[in-house]
Every structure is written in structure tokens, then in C-alpha cells.
Design a protein around this ligand. Structure first.
Ligand SMILES: C[S@@+](CC[C@H](N)C(=O)[O-])C[C@H]1O[C@@H](n2cnc3c(N)ncnc32)[C@H](O)[C@@H]1O
Length: 220
């Protein structure tokens, strides 16, 4: 899938000018609005909104460190809706700079901040304003200062080239209509020798023509 993005990240072509799998600006905006609508409410709680365990149960099922889970207040962990555990894919060194694509309300960012310590830096981006507001409240609760969260779509990562040692993501890349641009930008912000550690979902079922053609189905 591709965006055919212009300088501002928006698609400038009309549907009949686009390659298969690319989107017009209007289609991109419909997809992003559907995704935001789904996740703005999830910022308070993910309970009952997904087909897999979320919140504290989800974090336990995904083998996050039990001591870390125990320290997490309900207001933070109940909106956790990750699909895997990016930290299980490789050890992240103290002092590292880590970026989380689609950080939600900050569960993985706060886990990462414990791993990288005060010499490290942890940054998150997310499309949904409510998620970013909740993440900032959660940073304050923990008094963590070497951490930030910015509201932006993941295809235009607002950081300089070669900034991060590790890029993590948890259940987000499947939601991006601009995967090529997203991976390109992840490579851009990774330092040489840096790496990605992400968890995601793929759909192995054949989508019906109706669902597959509906822009809102990106958020389902
Ligand atoms: C399944 S939730 C995962 C949130 C978080 N990683 C966690 O584990 O709790 C998906 C998140 O991705 C964000 N998201 C979806 N599409 C995005 C995009 N194109 N750019 C940035 N964030 C996006 C949503 O707002 C939502 O917070």
C-alpha cells in the first residue's frame, strides 16, 4: 500500500491517477478519522473493545515483567491494547534512544524508560489526541522527564535522521494506509546499526469485497 504523498504528507492525485493500493487525500483522511474515532475512546479504557486480552490481563498474557505491571496504575494500564511484547524481541541497552510508533497512552514508553534509564531518551508518536493527552498525564504520574509524546501520523516522523537506536511499535503498523512511507521514515530516523522491534497483526482471512473496499474497515 502506498500514499503517493506530497511534501505535506497528503495525497495530491485523484483516484484515477493513482497506482493500485494508493489513496487520495480524501481517502487517507477518511481512514485516519475512522482510526481516531476508534482509539479516542480507547484512551480511557480498552476493556471490551478488542478480540484479544487488553489492559492488565493483556500485559500479563504477553509476558511483560510482572513487577512492572504491578507498578502501573489502572489509569495507565487499562488502555493498553498492544498485540505483542516488543521488548521480548531483543534487549535494549541502558542509555539508548527509543521511538514508539503509535504509542497510545504510553504503556510501552514507560516500560522503555525503565530500560534505558536516565541516560536514555524515549519518544512516542500517535495519531489520536486523546491518547497523547493520556500519555502525558501518565508521564507526570511517574515523574519521568526524559520522555515525550507527539500527536502526528506515523508516516511523517518528526525527528531528525539517525536519531534512534531502536524503533518499537505494538499493534499499529497494520493501521497505517502508508506502510511504504512509514518504513522509509523509520529507516531514516534509525541510527546506523539501529533496529526495529515491533509486534503486529495480519489478517489471514480473505476479506469480503465489501469490507475490503470500505475505508472505515481499516479501523476494525
Ligand atoms: C492497537 S493501539 C496500540 C497502542 C499502544 N501501542 C499500546 O500498545 O497500547 C493502536 C494505536 O495506534 C495509533 N495509530 C493508528 N494509526 C496511526 C498512524 N497512522 N500514525 C500514528 N499512530 C497511529 C492509534 O491512535 C492507537 O493509539
Amino acid at each position: 500500500m502506498g500514499c503517493q504523498a506530497g511534501d505535506d504528507g497528503a495525497t495530491v492525485a485523484t483516484r484515477d491517477q493513482l497506482l493500485p493500493g494508493a489513496f487520495t487525500a480524501d481517502e487517507l483522511s477518511q481512514i485516519r478519522n475512522a482510526v481516531r474515532a476508534r482509539y479516542s475512546d480507547t484512551a480511557r479504557s480498552a476493556e471490551g473493545k478488542f478480540k484479544y486480552p487488553t489492559g492488565r490481563d493483556g500485559a500479563r498474557a504477553l509476558n511483560y515483567d510482572q513487577r512492572v505491571i504491578a507498578r502501573m496504575p489502572d489509569a495507565l494500564i487499562q488502555s493498553f491494547c498492544g498485540v505483542g511484547n516488543p521488548f521480548s524481541l531483543g534487549e535494549i541497552e541502558a542509555g539508548s534512544a527509543v521511538l514508539d510508533i503509535g504509542c497510545g497512552s504510553g504503556f510501552d514508553l514507560i516500560v522503555a524508560s525503565g530500560v534505558v534509564g536516565s541516560a536514555g531518551k524515549v519518544c512516542g508518536i500517535d495519531l489520536t489526541g486523546e491518547m497523547i493527552q493520556q500519555a502525558r498525564k501518565n508521564f507526570q504520574f511517574f515523574g519521568i522527564t526524559n520522555i515525550e509524546a507527539i500527536q502526528v501520523s506515523s508516516e511523517t516522523i518528526p525527528y531528525n535522521d539517525k536519531t534512534f537506536d531502536v524503533v518499537i511499535s505494538n499493534g499499529v503498523i497494520n493501521l497505517s494506509p502508508c506502510k511504504r512511507e512509514l518504513f522509509r521514515d523509520i529507516y531514516r530516523v534509525l541510527k546506523p546499526g539501529g533496529r526495529m522491534q515491533f509486534a503486529d497483526i495480519i489478517n489471514e482471512d480473505k476479506q469480503s469485497a465489501v469490507v475490503g473496499g470500505e475505508l472505515a474497515s481499516w479501523a476494525q
